[in-house]
Design a protein around this ligand. Structure first.
Ligand code: CMC
Length: 391
């Protein structure tokens, strides 16, 4: 019984209680388990942040080492996964591929766990953290026609990801501290963001007691869209288009403001941040540093900065409190690192993985009920069936 009120897009609906991530959109505050994103991005590494998000505390040295070595032990996937990957055309979008491969993991690994067993829970966590980077590297390499291989377990988690992605067919790989630090920071900044579209998807799919891999595969699909994680690819394509168009930012600003034009300024605006996106601030600075350190001068960075400046002074954007979000500058860094545009959202997924796991785990441990919203029906009332001859 009771009255149903609707809130399309859940703009003002709280779906759960959560102790993972705190976000104050007015003040531009983001904290994982109480630690500020600024401090974590500066001082922690991605695996420590993953542990923090999932288990609630920063790991001790021993916990950290055990976590890493348990993940390494899981950094293999069934060779038959290669057959599934082979069936995709090279033109397939990596997000579709990675979502399918993640779902395919359920065929080779226990897909549902006894959530009352700490041990089984822990195993499923390290399993996905070990296997997902392999799938990411294989997806990228397959697209480029490179041989598929496993990682180098003597390396750190993030270092190993880069090596798996960029190792030459002859095994050559040049380590770069600049790239490792940059990717580490980007992954940390993407690691969780409370009840966003993909995380809500993971929680709701998991609430039917579907397994972790299946829930994460659904989250990847949700992340793919250009209004969510797909924005990082869309931003770069937009900046490229502006460059091709002679750098005419004013023209694109006008398009973004024109209500008859579906074009939006990609990488701008956020459902919750109405002052600034703290992640964007850090990423903008990192883009300058990383490109500077790599000795890259990318004209697209100047276009992005120009666009940001114009937007921040423009009444349309000021009135609607639209600021650059996490996706505005991240692609410029990925590009500087040599990652192709269509892989950007996969990199986002790699970063968001600990958040999805943490939120799924929390949802199961709290024994949340199955997610099942209601509706207000607006269709036909009761009517009599009409046979096909009489229609
Ligand atoms: N360019 C132009 N106008 C915009 C933009 C934009 N990027 N974003 C919002 N608006 C306008 C919108 O047209 C509306 O105007 P009006 O009130 O006149 O109708 C007003 O601002 C409010 O927008 P909304 O669409 O109702 O807000 P929302 O909370 O439903 O959407 C959003 C949030 C992020 C989907 C949206 O701002 C957007 O589409 N941005 C571009 C895509 C993007 O960068 N997405 C990444 C989001 S952050 C990372 C992530 O989630 O993965």
């Amino acid at each position: 019984g009771g009255v149903i009120t609707i809130d399309p897009g859940y703009k003002n609906t709280g779906s759960c209680q959560s102790a993972v991530t705190f976000l104050d959109g007015e003040k531009g505050i983001l904290r994982y388990r109480g630690y500020s994103i600024e401090e974590l991005a500066e001082k922690a590494d991605f695996l420590e942040v993953a542990y923090l998000l999932i288990f609630g505390e920063l790991p001790t040295k021993e916990q950290n080492e055990k976590f890493h070595s348990d993940i390494k032990a899981q950094s293999i996937v069934d060779e038959d996964i290669k057959k599934i990957l082979d069936a995709f055309p090279k033109s397939a979008h990596p997000m579709g591929v990675i979502s399918s491969l993640t779902s395919a993991l359920t065929a080779f690994n226990p897909s549902s766990v006894n959530v009352d067993s700490e041990e089984e829970m822990y195993k499923s966590v390290v399993r996905i953290l070990g296997k997902f980077p392999v799938l990411v590297a294989w997806t990228l390499r397959k697209k480029q026609g490179l041989p598929l291989d496993y990682g180098d377990n003597s390396l750190g988690y993030v270092e190993n990801i880069l090596k798996m992605m960029f190792k030459k067919p002859n095994g050559d790989y040049t380590q770069s501290k600049i790239l490792v630090d940059a990717l580490d920071k980007l992954l940390i900044l993407h690691a969780d963001h409370e009840q966003n579209c993909s995380t809500s998807t993971v929680r709701i799919v998991g609430s039917s007691h579907a397994g972790l891999f299946a829930s994460i595969s659904a989250g990847i699909s949700a992340l793919w869209g250009p209004l969510h994680g797909g924005a990082n690819q869309a931003v770069l394509e937009m900046l490229e288009a502006i460059k091709e168009d002679g750098g005419d930012t004013k023209k694109y600003m006008a398009k973004a403001k024109d209500k008859n034009d579906p074009f939006r300024l990609m990488g701008f605006g956020h459902r919750v941040y109405k002052n600034f996106d703290p992640r964007a601030k850090i990423i903008k600075k990192a883009a300058d540093e990383v490109l500077g350190n790599l000795g890259i001068e990318d004209p697209i960075l100047d276009i992005a900065k120009g666009l940001e400046k114009e937007a921040l002074e423009d009444q349309y954007f000021v009135d609607r409190k639209l600021y650059p979000n996490v996706d505005f500058y991240s692609g410029i860094i990925y590009r500087g690192m040599g990652i192709s545009t269509d892989m950007f959202t996969v990199m986002f997924a790699l970063g968001r993985l600990p958040g999805w796991i943490a939120q799924w785990r929390e949802m199961r441990l709290r024994k949340e009920p199955i997610g099942r919203p209601r509706q207000i029906y607006t269709g036909e009332t009761e009517r009599a069936f009409v046979s096909i001859e009489e229609r």
